[in-house]
Design a protein around this ligand. Structure first.
Ligand code: PXP
Length: 237
């Protein structure tokens, strides 16, 4: 299983002083050098971490795969088409949230979504939808023209008891299988880290995990290469 590294919180730290360090592009290159299969960044409407200039520099520098997480807005659509990341991941975005709080409400936005996705795909950019691990959402993602789905693992990451942990993992496992059966690529993310990633190694239908906060937090203590190494040790098949 591959690891895509989300470098948003390198930018959060940089923005705390509003100077140049640490540089998210430097973190992206270091991640690639240490085994990341892709770099993820979320350009939010309020630009609270990654900024437009970071995105441009990332596009010019990275050699694996750039995954631009973004909301379904006309502004983001034109940025995506101009920047040409390999992948766009559509996420619901609320101004007041601390982080993405749930999967995309596909049913409610289906028509808009179909129209939104088409020009992006027409420019050769793959589209992933961040959704709950549920069959209906997966089916609608395929119908909307998505190439991939990213299964929301937030609820899994918050499980405390053994029973809910097993149930949530099973939900993810069967959603991943269903997605693959429909011909979609399947990845997973949110709230994952060294503490809870190990069971994912055996979910063969998941090709990649996307990890940000826990990995960057760990990197602050032991360094980015070591933090990436810990995760890779747990997920490599
Ligand atoms: N995937 C998506 C779609 C996200 O929005 C985020 C958070 O930006 C992540 C993965 C990474 O989550 P975390 O920072 O909890 O690892």
């Amino acid at each position: 299983m591959r690891l895509a590294v989300n470098i948003d919180h390198i930018a959060t730290l940089r923005n705390a002083r509003n100077e140049g360090d640490p540089d998210p592009v430097e973190a992206a290159l270091l991640s690639e050098k240490n085994g990341a299969s892709g770099i993820v960044c979320h350009l939010r409407e309020d630009r609270r971490h990654i900024r437009d200039n970071d995105l441009e520099r990332l596009r010019q520098s990275i050699t694996t795969k750039l995954d631009l997480e973004m909301a379904m807005t006309p502004e983001m659509q034109s940025i995506a088409i101009r920047t040409r990341p390999e992948l766009v991941t559509l996420v619901p975005e609320k101004r007041e949230e601390l982080t993405t709080e749930g999967g995309f409400a596909i049913k409610a936005h289906f028509r808009t979504l179909v129209e939104f996705v088409k020009p992006i795909r027409d420019h050769g950019i793959q589209v992933s939808l961040f959704i709950e691990p549920e069959e209906e959402a997966i089916e609608l993602s395929a119908k909307a023209g998505a190439d991939l789905v990213e299964l929301h693992t937030g609820p899994y990451s918050l499980c405390t008891g053994e029973e809910s942990f097993v149930r949530e993992l099973e939900r993810i496992r069967s959603a991943a299988r269903f997605g693959r059966q429909l011909g979609l690529g399947v990845v997973a993310g949110h709230g994952l880290g060294v503490r809870n990633i190990a069971p994912f190694r055996d979910i063969r239908d998941i090709e990649e995990v996307s990890i940000g906060h826990a990995l960057i937090a760990r990197a602050a203590l032991i360094g980015l290469p070591a933090a990436i190494g810990e995760i890779l040790n747990l997920i490599q098949r």
